[in-house]
Design a protein around this ligand. Sequence first.
Ligand SMILES: *[C@@H]1O[C@H](CO)[C@@H](O)[C@H](O)[C@H]1NC(C)=O
Ligand SMILES: *[C@@H]1O[C@H](CO)[C@@H](O)[C@H](O)[C@H]1NC(C)=O
Ligand SMILES: *[C@@H]1O[C@H](CO)[C@@H](O)[C@H](O)[C@H]1NC(C)=O
Ligand SMILES: *[C@@H]1O[C@H](CO)[C@@H](O)[C@H](O)[C@H]1NC(C)=O
Ligand SMILES: *[C@@H]1O[C@H](CO)[C@@H](O)[C@H](O)[C@H]1NC(C)=O
Ligand SMILES: *[C@@H]1O[C@H](CO)[C@@H](O)[C@H](O)[C@H]1NC(C)=O
Ligand SMILES: *[C@@H]1O[C@H](CO)[C@@H](O)[C@H](O)[C@H]1NC(C)=O
Ligand SMILES: *[C@@H]1O[C@H](CO)[C@@H](O)[C@H](O)[C@H]1NC(C)=O
Ligand SMILES: *[C@@H]1O[C@H](CO)[C@@H](O)[C@H](O)[C@H]1NC(C)=O
Length: 305
Amino acid sequence: MARSSSLAILVIALSAILQATAAQTTHVVGDELGWLVPPGGPIAYSTWAAMQTFTVGDVLVFNFTTGEQDVAMVTREAYETCNSTNPISLQTTGPANLTLDSIREYYFIGTIDQHCSLGQKLAINVSAPGPRPSPVPAPPRGPITYNVGDDLGWLVPPAGPLAYETWAFNKTFLLGDTLVFNFINGTQDVAVVTKEAYETCDTNNTITVLTTSPANITLTTTGEHFFTSTYARHCDLGQKLAINVTASTSTSNPPSSSTEPPSSGSNPVSEGPSAAPPPSLVSSAPSPLIGGFFITLFSLAMAFF
Ligand SMILES: *[C@@H]1O[C@H](CO)[C@@H](O)[C@H](O)[C@H]1NC(C)=O
Ligand SMILES: *[C@@H]1O[C@H](CO)[C@@H](O)[C@H](O)[C@H]1NC(C)=O
Ligand SMILES: *[C@@H]1O[C@H](CO)[C@@H](O)[C@H](O)[C@H]1NC(C)=O
Ligand SMILES: *[C@@H]1O[C@H](CO)[C@@H](O)[C@H](O)[C@H]1NC(C)=O
Ligand SMILES: *[C@@H]1O[C@H](CO)[C@@H](O)[C@H](O)[C@H]1NC(C)=O
Ligand SMILES: *[C@@H]1O[C@H](CO)[C@@H](O)[C@H](O)[C@H]1NC(C)=O
Ligand SMILES: *[C@@H]1O[C@H](CO)[C@@H](O)[C@H](O)[C@H]1NC(C)=O
Ligand SMILES: *[C@@H]1O[C@H](CO)[C@@H](O)[C@H](O)[C@H]1NC(C)=O
Ligand SMILES: *[C@@H]1O[C@H](CO)[C@@H](O)[C@H](O)[C@H]1NC(C)=O
């Protein structure tokens, strides 16, 4: 009786460990875009990379047409200067797969013609295996005032629509936060629109239009909010912003991965004051897990003999 439930615990503990360490993700670089000279410049791959978590054992797939593209692993310096002399390795057949086998930064460039300087370059950070750093639980916080686009302000972004998408993507918008649109009076405006009008850039259909800068909008309802401009073609050229507003309570985080080990000790990682930046996650996360596992194993062994 005691023996079989101990065994059950052992099995559960083991499978938790295996799931946590052996989970291997395949990342297709750029997703549907594939690996090429990105239309929007280097921001395409840096935005893509920022949305991934790379863990030792994961596989990168560079999806490209053989003969039209290639991929070289290079040093940081060569990445920055787009120097394709003496790469660490070069793959000329697409799609090219690469297993990320160590904890470090990896740098990749295309070596054909000016591909690298035109934006075919990727830099990533690979972290230790273990429980995936779940999105850091948002600490309770007061209202934030966001300057839309930061220094860019609110205009037709030189880099195209990705600019405001990139600006918004890692931000949390809570009820009570304020958006400030900064622009030059008479050259821009802010149109609050429906999702449909946002997607089709139909600026005949606006909910509200704000014409003086700074235009402040306090977020008072949850859900998606869409902004663009009534000026001709501004929306088509990328002056558009979509955000998701969540309630200010802590219910905003969906239940994260269920592979939390049944550890007896408390886990300092998930509860810490999360204002601090997360570098410590990488180095400290696996050890309490492994330690807890061996302690469990040891006490099970004691129970048997
Ligand atoms: C997230 O946003 C901050 C500014 O709020 C920025 O400094 C940082 O680079 C962004 N992180 C990613 C991964 O894009
Ligand atoms: C690679 O690109 C081709 C053409 O776009 C696509 O059909 C294929 O599904 C892609 N492969 C992967 C692994 O994404
Ligand atoms: C490119 O790298 C090679 C060797 O890695 C070096 O000899 C060369 O000077 C570099 N070229 C430039 C322009 O930095
Ligand atoms: C590369 O990875 C893709 C996606 O996982 C897989 O379909 C393909 O067989 C792999 N190719 C090689 C040569 O390993
Ligand atoms: C990797 O992470 C380190 C430390 O957080 C950071 O300084 C560096 O810029 C990152 N590199 C890349 C390529 O994201
Ligand atoms: C917006 O209104 C103008 C003038 O009424 C019209 O010419 C144009 O087709 C309309 N645009 C859309 C997307 O409905
Ligand atoms: C825009 O116009 C408003 C109202 O006239 C004024 O208060 C504001 O300072 C102007 N903003 C800029 C950036 O010129
Ligand atoms: C809009 O927000 C800016 C920046 O927080 C602030 O300086 C300004 O007073 C606000 N304007 C109004 C009308 O609330
Ligand atoms: C808002 O969140 C929903 C559900 O997570 C998602 O489907 C949608 O694409 C998000 N919209 C924006 C503008 O980020």
